[in-house]
Each structure stands twice: as structure tokens, then as C-alpha cells.
Ligand binder design. Sequence first.
Ligand SMILES: Nc1nc2c(c(=O)[nH]1)N[C@@H](CN(C=O)c1ccc(C(=O)N[C@@H](CCC(=O)O)C(=O)O)cc1)CN2
Length: 294
Amino acid sequence: MSAHIIDGKAFAASVRSDVAKDVQSLKQKHGITPGLAVVIVGEDPASQVYVRNKVKQTSEVGMNGFHFEYPADTQEEEVLQKVHELNNDPAVNGILVQLPLPDHMNETAIIEAISPEKDVDGFHVVNSGLLATGGKGLVPCTPLGCYLMLKDHLGDLSGKKAIVVGRSNIVGKPMAQLLLDASCTVTIAHSRTKDLPAEVAQADIVVAAVGRPEMIKGDWIKQDATVIDVGINRIPAPERGQGKHRLVGDVEYATASENAGAITPVPGGVGPMTIACLLKNTVTATYRQNDIKK
Ligand SMILES: Nc1nc2c(c(=O)[nH]1)N[C@@H](CN(C=O)c1ccc(C(=O)N[C@@H](CCC(=O)O)C(=O)O)cc1)CN2
């Protein structure tokens, strides 16, 4: 059987449309226009594309966008100074610093400098702590996007066996927390996991976030499982011409589609949901900062 393809692009458009309605209502009923500040350091081409899309989509949903670009050799202190300024700017409800940062910068110090209430990436330790303890923080955008797609496709997740492959602070760990909160039985797998194929084969839900092209093989996937592929890996595609590349996920898509009940494609799956959830978090942050109930 061929799997249902979960269309992240279409789902992200519907999330953005809901965000645009909330923005309209904040403007009309409360005279508030949510503001999102995006800070980028360096010239990483992929990051530049993501930031351009964030800025464009911010204005498309009717929010104010503030965009700050710094060259790669900028001192950390200068970025910290900007973050402090943005923390104190009432027109700014959400702040994000695009990752990765250049090597000479302390990523943790910069993330922790963002006010937790404005940390729309959900990376601040206060927000990860709130997520871990069932509190009301801001949830990292990629895991939030995966969770919304799973809920939309499966409805109730309780009692399902889920595996998250990857244990990063920004995807793997928060993803596992969200699944646990939804009463899944959760396994977190990583590079030292013994017999990964056997672990994956037991899961009703597979979230792949390892950053290794097609590492998870299709024949590991349990019949009818739901597969969420977070990986975005650029690999050489000589069949498309010299020097050409193509994007693949962390899952071997064609073979996994034969076993899975549903699967997200790469591109067009989790990626678009990341930016849609950033906008959603900015609206959430705006409501909370102004003590407005939706
Ligand atoms: N501060 C942050 N930095 C980074 C985050 C983040 O959430 N916050 N996530 C990633 C990059 N990212 C957003 O910033 C992001 C990655 C991918 C996509 C996306 O839509 N991908 C497309 C494919 C795009 C392509 O052709 O390369 C897809 O999957 O369809 C959006 C956002 C790291 N940094």
C-alpha cells in the first residue's frame, strides 16, 4: 500500500491563515499589531533563505517585521546588545536569532539573553523547563509543527508507541516532551541506541530528526505507522546535471511509503510548518504579553 502524503505546505498555509485572522482581531479589538524581530549573523546561504521567508511571511499575515543583519565577524557583545534593546522594545513581541551562529559566538549565551516571554523559538531554558513540567511556555517551532500535523492526521495520540530518532535540544527533546504530554509511550533513540531498526519497527509514530540522509530505511517502518521526517539534507544529484543537488529527508522515502500509513515528504513536509509555527508563537506571545484571552 502507498502511504497518505501529509502535505505540510498546505497545512502551513492553513496555520498562517488562522494567524492572519488573529492578527486582524488583535488590531481591530485591541489596537495591537504583533511585531517579530529576526536577527541573522553571517552569510550562510540556507539561513539567508529561511530568514527572507520569515520576513516575507511575517508581513503577509499582517504583523510588523524587524530585520537585523550582521556580518560573520561581528562581536558577540554587539548581538547581545541588540537582543537587550529588542527585549525592551514594546513594539517587539517576538525575537529570534537565526541558527547556526558563527563559531566564535556562544549560542547558549545569546539564546538565554532573549526574554523568555519573547522567545518565539522556544529555545530559552525557561521555555524548555516549562515544556518539561507541563507549564505554559513557548514551544519550539519544528516540534510544534510536527505535533500539529500528527494531531491533524491521527486525532487522539494517547497510548500510541512513538519513537523520536535524535536528541537535540531544539527538535528531539521537545518533540519527545510533546508526545509524552499527549500520552504516547515515547522512546528517544540516538547514535548509541542498540538495534535501531528493531526500535523503529515497534513504533506507531516515527519522528526522524537525526540530520543524516535516508538513514532510516523503509523496511524498518511498521505497517501503517505515521512517519514525520524532520531531516532536510542536500545531496549530490548528478542525474540532474553536473554540480546539481536534491533534498532528501532522514527517512528513505520511497520504501518507507510502502509500509507507512502516512508520511511527510521532503521538501514540503515539516519545513514549511516551522515558519508557520513561528508566526503562531508570535501571536501567542502577543496575547500573553497583553494579558488577552483568545
Ligand atoms: N532560530 C532558528 N534557527 C533555525 C531553525 C529555527 O526554528 N529557529 N530551524 C532551522 C531552519 N529553518 C528555520 O529557521 C527552516 C528550515 C527549513 C524550512 C523549509 O521550509 N524547508 C523547505 C525546503 C527549503 C529548501 O529548499 O532548502 C521544506 O522542507 O520544504 C523552513 C525553515 C535551522 N535554524
